[in-house]
Design a protein around this ligand. Structure first.
Ligand code: ADP
Length: 344
């Protein structure tokens, strides 16, 4: 049987103050209503929770008061307030004049929207900056080739152009992957065995490891390391860690990948015996485009985006990524994700 659609009927709208309060209390945002003489007429539950003594509450309260006064004079206005946190939050206060001469203020948590805007702005700035270098190089190389008749030199220059173009293409691919993961919108959460994730990641890096002569070793047991996650994202994270371990190791230095479980977590540890990371860079390596050694990086073709991807995947899964490293001795990256109790 098909039931009739629920139609908003003005007759059924609450006509009592208590009914309206009930509705306003159900809203996820703060609402404050003033009478035309500036007296507070009503404050819903969320707005009441804001009227505390904490520094953040005072900031919001002061902004709401200021904007409500403007609204009492007949003007609508809005203001964003950034609270340093942690956790960092952004609230928007908006005040609107009411037909009876009073005013209403709406206090809304817009942190998610603000974060997405921020990611977009940074993304554009980073892309333009990082693509300028290879585009500039290609342009100079093309101009040189234009007036060149020496075949051997032309061949060498076109070879350089191909390398720069490939570099640009890798940066674009990783930026797109990072922005997809950062926005976290398309996550497909299912029970996943991290042993499968590690095996898939290793399979993808194996050809590169073989070319570099770095042996890859995996230690995992299927069936015990179940997490709730997005397979594409988790493989991308572990692949980036294994790829780095190979990239920053010398030939014959083995890379070990271990999948470990505790009662509550599953960890993938990627250990190399490579160049290690200087102590003063450790805190920065997860930043977008940060590279310890740009010169070496030109040779390895690194984009500086891999570890940002890993960190975002960890955050999207309620986990974290940590690193232990000693310069000249090697590094161990640990990706830790909350465990789902699967079949033992
Ligand atoms: P990249 O594409 O440059 O490798 P990442 O974001 O993956 O970018 O890493 C950032 C920087 O951290 C690298 O440029 C490198 O300097 C350093 N790094 C990452 N992993 C390792 C590792 N296993 N050993 C040594 N240095 C590393």
């Amino acid at each position: 049987m098909i039931s009739a659609p629920v139609v908003a009927d003005p007759v059924l709208m609450p006509d009592s103050e208590a009914g309206v309060r009930l509705l306003l209390d159900a809203l996820p945002m703060g609402v404050v209503v003033l009478l035309p003489d500036g007296q507070e007429r009503f404050r819903n539950t969320v707005a009441m929770s804001i009227a505390g003594a904490r520094h953040a509450d005072v900031l919001i309260e002061v902004a709401a008061e200021r904007l409500l006064n403007v609204a009492l004079r007949g003007f609508e206005s809005r203001e964003q307030i950034q609270l340093a946190g942690p956790p960092q939050r952004v609230l928007e206060v908006r005040a609107i004049p009411l037909a009876d001469g009073g005013a209403i203020a709406i206090i809304d948590d817009v942190t998610d929207r603000w974060r997405i805007d921020q990611v977009r702005t940074d993304f554009v700035a980073n892309v333009s900056h990082e693509l300028k270098t290879p585009v500039g190089a290609i342009s100079v190389l093309a101009e040189t080739i234009e007036g060149e008749s020496d075949d051997e030199l032309v061949l060498r220059l076109t070879g350089r152009m191909v390398i720069e173009a490939q570099r640009m293409s890798r940066t674009i691919d990783e930026l797109l992957e990072l922005s997809r993961i950062e926005l976290g919108g398309e996550m497909l959460l299912v029970d996943i065995d991290m042993a499968d994730v590690a095996a898939e990641a290793i399979e993808r890096v194996a050809p590169m490891a073989m070319r570099s002569g770095v042996p890859l070793n995996i230690d995992s047991k299927k069936g015990t390391s179940i997490v709730s996650g997005d397979f594409f994202q988790l493989v991308s994270a572990v692949k980036n860690l294994v790829e780095n371990a190979v990239k920053y190791s010398d030939q014959t230095h083995q890379v070990d990948v271990r999948v470990l479980t505790t009662d509550t977590t599953v960890s993938v540890e990627v250990e190399d015996r490579g160049i290690g990371i200087p102590a003063d860079s450790i805190d920065r390596i997860f930043e977008r485009f940060y590279r310890v050694d740009r010169a070496r990086n030109r040779a390895t073709g690194g984009t500086g985006l891999g570890l940002s991807i890993v960190r975002h995947v960890a955050t999207n899964h309620g986990g974290e990524v940590n690193v232990r490293s000693r310069e000249g001795e090697g590094s161990t990256f640990i990706l830790q994700i909350p465990r789902v109790l699967g079949p033992q």
